[in-house]
Design a binder for this molecule. Structure first.
Ligand code: 5GP
Ligand code: SF4
Ligand code: MG
Length: 459
């Protein structure tokens, strides 16, 4: 297999194309459109901190602003003032070092029928095959992303309408894709037939519509949620308004449960289900499954907080802050190399000794991936004087890597793939270790009439 990544170290990794991202799109003619797009993306910053980009069109041409880093870094000259009728934007989080300028989205192609732009959240599992097929037919690539393969399928010389191309060509795509597309006169949202990644549509005011990875971005621009796109559906927005069209028979939905466990913002509602309420219930369930004696419940901030509140309510144990997070440090996973991930723990967290001293502590986190962060946090809590540490995790052991758009690293790095529970307990240095059961997770995330989940990384 060839390594397409210009910055990679040379070894092949299944995560070559791996990204989790945030996408935002908007149909709102006027001078404020780029600024609204900026606000929407800003609310999705947690979904990607490596690069950001916004593209705006007035139908004749496209203006783009892109840069590496956080929104405030990519837009270091301030909030954008471009005017137009349609805009799309992207915040990116890749994991294999392909953090290069050419890969910043939105990506554009200039086809005979007009331009087409795209921002993608998800990972195609057949990207290499697709890229090879497209290249064999004369297609050219400027980036090393899977997303550009999608752009190539849409922007071919014989192209009919973009919608029709989607219906014709997208059955060739495998894996996860939530997309926002921009043409001279349309904004189109697309959600893959398994609905792995979220995508919703909202209304700003009459004739003005918004597409976003999460509903928290609709709130940021004061848009009202209309609904989530169904798996295998597109939302087509133009001067004529909004309509939906199915492009593929939805298979059994496979919404990523990690959006609820860890990834999405707790103030978002995904597929009709509040992320905060779900996380709280996961914590409650964890408390029901927990059988040890303890004095206090403390979360690993930030993502363990909501589950810890649920745990505290059900167990009756007091919830206290035992670790304080430096709010100027980003998510430690965002560091592409293991080494920087390790040193960030101390930069990020510091214990509150007064709360931990001589206590039997229940430490709540949302997940254990490699176990490196958790081990450091446990030893930090012990050094602060905790008498016992009981680690409770509001998801089951992750034994498989994810191929659909979240970085859970390659299999040998996943601690639960290579170690037994007693071994993990030992390497974390805890008195007891409790993962939420798979059934417990399913009971809390599945609404029998609505959501069907992907649990592939626990199998
Ligand atoms: P570990 O102990 O496995 O090194 O790190 C676990 C911590 O990483 C948890 O606090 C979790 O919130 C955080 N984390 C950061 N990024 C990710 C991610 O992409 N997926 C998952 N599952 N957890 C992540
Ligand atoms: Fe989400 Fe896990 Fe499925 Fe990946 S494998 S989409 S992380 S549930
Ligand atoms: Mg965390």
């Amino acid at each position: 297999m060839i390594d397409l990544n210009p910055l990679s170290t040379g070894s092949y990794s299944p995560h070559l194309f791996h990204e989790e991202c945030g996408v935002f799109g908007l149909w709102a003619p006027g001078p404020q459109i780029a600024d609204l797009c900026y606000l929407g993306l800003f609310a999705l910053q947690h979904r990607g901190q490596e690069s950001a980009g916004i593209a705006v069109t007035n139908g004749r041409h496209v203006d783009e602003i892109k840069g590496m880093g956080l929104m405030t870094e990519a837009f270091r000259h301030g909030r954008p003032t471009l005017s137009g009728h349609g805009a799309i934007g992207h915040v990116r989080y890749s994991t294999q070092g392909a953090s290069v300028l050419c890969n910043i989205q939105p990506l554009f192609a200039y086809a005979p029928g007009g331009f087409i732009g795209l921002a993608h959240n998800g990972t195609l599992t057949n990207a290499e095959t697709l890229r090879a097929e497209i290249a064999a037919n004369g297609g050219l690539f400027r980036t090393t992303t899977d997303s550009e393969a999608i752009l190539n399928l849409l922007a071919t010389p014989e192209a009919g309408s973009v919608e029709d191309r989607i219906v014709q060509e997208f059955p060739r795509l495998e894996g996860a894709y939530s997309l926002v597309l921009l043409t001279p006169d349309q904004l189109i949202g697309v959600r893959d037939p398994k609905g792995y990644r979220p995508l919703c549509v909202g209304r700003l005011k009459k004739g003005e519509y918004v597409l976003a990875s999460e509903s928290c971005a609709l709130d940021a621009v004061k848009a009202e949620l209309i609904r989530d796109l169904n798996p295998g559906e597109m939302a087509i927005i133009s001067a004529k308004g909004l309509r939906f069209r199915k492009f593929s028979e939805a298979k059994r939905q496979s919404a990523c449960v990690f959006e609820y466990i860890y990834f999405a913002r707790p103030d978002s509602v995904l597929d009709g289900q509040s992320v905060w309420r779900t996380r709280f219930r996961l914590g409650q369930r964890l408390a029901q499954e927990f059988g040890e004696k303890a004095d206090i419940v403390i979360p690993v901030p930030d993502t363990g907080i909501t589950a810890a509140l649920g745990f505290s309510e059900t167990s009756g144990l007091p919830y206290l802050e035992g670790l304080i997070k430096n709010r100027y440090v980003g998510r430690s996973f965002i560091m592409p190399q293991q080494i920087s991930r390790e040193t960030t723990v101390e930069m990020k967290l510091n214990p509150v000794k007064a709360n931990l001293q001589d206590k039997r502590v229940v430490l709540i986190d949302d997940s254990i991936v490699r176990g490196t962060t958790s081990a450091r946090i446990v030893s930090m809590v012990r050094r602060a004087g905790a008498k016992e540490v009981h680690m409770c995790v509001s998801s089951p052991p992750i034994t498989q890597p994810c191929y659909y758009g979240i970085d859970t690293s390659i299999r040998k790095e996943l601690i639960a793939a290579v170690k037994t529970i007693p071994e993990i307990k030992k390497s974390l240095g805890v008195d007891s270790l409790h993962y939420l059961s798979k059934q417990g997770l399913l009971n809390e995330v599945e609404d029998p009439d609505n959501l069907r989940s992907c649990l592939a990384c626990f199998d």
